[in-house]
Design a protein around this ligand. Structure first.
Ligand SMILES: O=C(O)CCC(=O)C(=O)O
Ligand SMILES: [Fe+2]
Length: 460
């Protein structure tokens, strides 16, 4: 593995220790429970909640979304504009990628309200946002009404984050007669021949067909998860989408302290980590443990150095699900923890040597006019970069962190993924990055202390 290349020479002599360490790191990895990145369900509502007013001034319509006839839905579809999506920072209308109608929120008024219906609280709990994050309440912002008529679909994409505070999307599907139009959610892990895809389906028409009372179906998912609306084969699938944000902490009154439940997955990881930290054979000299966050997080690439650093620090209060669990457990066990943006650069002839640099903020590389070679020097000098691997020729004499990877070490052959090109909106000002949690583990007997071979300056 690239990250361990510099220790390859001694690999055979240390085989038993290497095997033990690999087994110990696997134990941590397996204790991190990655739940599904979404939640779904149905909610029955009073008849009056289904009333929708829509249209432009002087040409408005009204219907009830639980009893609407096909002719009424056709009228609603006709009042829509073609839905666009974001591609390489442009708003694009391309019916081979997205075929659907949309109404902006200035052009409709709906009686149903996700917040008053209690749906936002349910979503907060069901998406397994750990208990200690719930003090930060969720803000739901209605985004658009969409009509997917016969033959409509939206190919795989990842929603464009509207700000660093956005973490998810909520889709409400109304009980208008339709078939098809299921939402597929996918997570891809590994690359090339090792790629594994997990898939989940939110089949709103099947869910609604099972309801005896007039109901809506809902799905909420972390917005960095790839999703696709499969073709609607008949009828009209009418939806409202919401963007889900963390509210800015400063606006929240101090939380009343009440005992909160502890999820089992957090207990499992805590027990595993505590046992390993007590075990003198586990990293006897200490080390830096790197955990690649399971989810992606939007960060603005054009911040000033101070704001950029703060953005990364503030992100620690907004981690999703298992990522928050790992940070929380590390902090409880007294391990210094911080987030960094990982850059994988290459140098040497044929780019044979991979250099991993952990920066304290996003480096807006794609916007730089000129990047000084080698890139790792720029990252180190201007973006708080910490070298995690040794450059081939130049080396300033300081030791390099003894780095172990809880998640698989990153490789250079990263292909462009869907999230970089396709979004649901054109804006790419705030976009997703590879973020790692850097945990510092001190030597046996002093786990909160400094690993033996680390320069003091890194352990602040
Ligand atoms: O309608 C859905 O289920 C999802 C729509 C969607 O992905 C979007 O509007 O970005
Ligand atoms: Fe989407």
């Amino acid at each position: 593995m690239a990250a361990n290349a510099h220790s390859a020479k001694t690999a055979s002599a240390n085989q038993p220790q290497d095997d033990l360490l690999e087994e110990q790191l696997t134990r941590i990895r397996l204790s991190i429970t990655e739940g599904p990145p979404y939640c779904q369900g149905t909610l029955s509502l009073p008849n009056s909640d289904f009333t929708l007013f829509y249209g432009k001034e002087g040409n408005a319509g009204r219907l009830n979304l639980s009893t609407a006839t096909e002719a009424q839905l056709q009228q609603l579809a006709d009042a829509c504009q073609p839905a666009t999506f974001g591609l390489n920072q442009q708003d694009v209308h391309d019916e081979t990628y997205r075929k659907a109608g949309k109404l902006d929120k200035t052009d409709f008024l709906l009686a149903f309200d996700a917040i008053h219906a209690g749906l936002i609280d349910v979503v907060g709990e069901e998406l397994v946002i750990p208990r200690y994050r719930m003090e930060e309440t969720i803000r739901a912002e209605m985004y658009k009404l969409n009509v997917y008529g016969p033959g409509s679909f939206f190919k795989p994409h990842v929603d464009t984050p509207r700000s660093e505070l956005q973490f998810g999307s909520l889709v409400i599907v109304f009980p208008t007669a339709h078939e098809g139009g299921a939402l597929a959610l996918r997570e891809h892990e590994g690359e090339d021949e090792n790629k594994v895809t997990k898939e989940w389906t939110f089949d709103s028409s099947a869910l609604l067909a099972n309801c005896t009372e007039p109901s809506i179906a809902y799905v909420a998912f972390f917005s960095d998860v790839e999703h696709e609306v499969l073709p609607v084969t008949s009828g009209y699938r009418v939806t409202i989408t919401y963007n889900l944000y963390w509210t800015d902490r400063k606006t929240i009154p101090p939380a009343v302290s009440v005992p909160k439940p502890v999820p089992t997955n957090e207990d499992t990881l805590r027990t595993t980590m505590r046992a390993l930290l007590d075990d003198p054979t586990f990293l006897p000299d200490g080390a830096v443990l790197m955990y690649g966050l399971h989810y992606k997080y939007p960060l603005d690439a054009h911040e000033s150095p101070q704001n950029g650093r703060n953005a990364l620090k503030n992100l620690t209060t907004r981690l999703k699900a298992c990522d928050a669990v790992v940070l929380n457990v590390a902090q409880e066990l007294g391990l210094p923890a911080k987030l960094g943006v990982l850059y994988i650069t290459a140098e040497g002839r044929w780019h044979r040597s991979t250099i991993l640099v952990l920066c304290d903020r996003v480096a807006p590389l794609s916007h730089m006019q000129q990047v000084e070679y080698p890139l790792w020097e720029t990252l180190k000098r201007d973006y708080g970069g910490e070298l995690l691997t040794r450059p081939l020729r130049r080396f300033d004499g300081k030791p390099i962190a003894n780095v172990k990877w809880i998640s698989t070490a990153p490789r250079f052959t990263r292909k462009e993924t869907t999230f970089m090109a396709y979004g649901n909106e054109k804006s790419m000002e705030t976009t997703y990055w590879e973020i790692y949690l850097r945990l510092s583990v001190g030597p046996a007997g002093d786990r909160g202390g400094k690993p033996r071979d680390l320069p003091a300056s890194k352990e602040k």
